[in-house]
Ligand binder design. Sequence first.
Ligand SMILES: Cc1cc2nc3c(=O)[nH]c(=O)nc-3n(C[C@H](O)[C@H](O)[C@H](O)COP(=O)(O)O)c2cc1C
Length: 169
Amino acid sequence: MKKTVIIQGSSKSYGNTHKVIAYLNSNNEFDIVDLKTKNIGFFDYDFNNSNDDFIPLMEEIIAKYDTLIFATPVYWYSMSGTLKVFFDRLSDLLHYKKELGRQLRGKNMAMISNSGANDLKDGFTMPFKESANYLGMNYIGDVHAWFTNDESNLTEEAKENLDNFKKSL
Ligand SMILES: Cc1cc2nc3c(=O)[nH]c(=O)nc-3n(C[C@H](O)[C@H](O)[C@H](O)COP(=O)(O)O)c2cc1C
């Protein structure tokens, strides 16, 4: 059984975030979940969307994986909206699915960001670190990837950083 899942949170299934994941997963050793293919609604205080894809997805992730790697583009200096909606929905696990939420404790979290340049702003990683801390997960690191000027390829430096990140997992 594979123990690490990469959770892709981009508005484009086969855009730059996918390129970063494809580079990291060249040996096909990780499973990938593309949040764009899931029907996951905004957090709702009345839990009216409790029957969408979120809970079954979390049941599968929690059962199968020890390490969750979030992959996000930088959109407006933050994680993508797709991924933020997913994080907001983790609140469901603090209410009507507490037992499921507790099973996140002791699992590992990591994060891969990407944008056009090597200029990730201070604070970008904070929501990931603090969320891991709140959920009792171990935050094991992050890496930022960026692209050549025409955005067609990862830069050599970003590839090296991704290689080192992978070794550190
Ligand atoms: C809505 C939107 C907002 C963006 N905001 C930023 C930003 O704040 N800083 C930045 O460096 N790049 C920004 N970008 C560029 C993306 O981070 C970059 O193109 C990324 O590689 C796109 O990944 P994707 O193809 O998976 O969406 C933005 C792109 C989009 C579409």
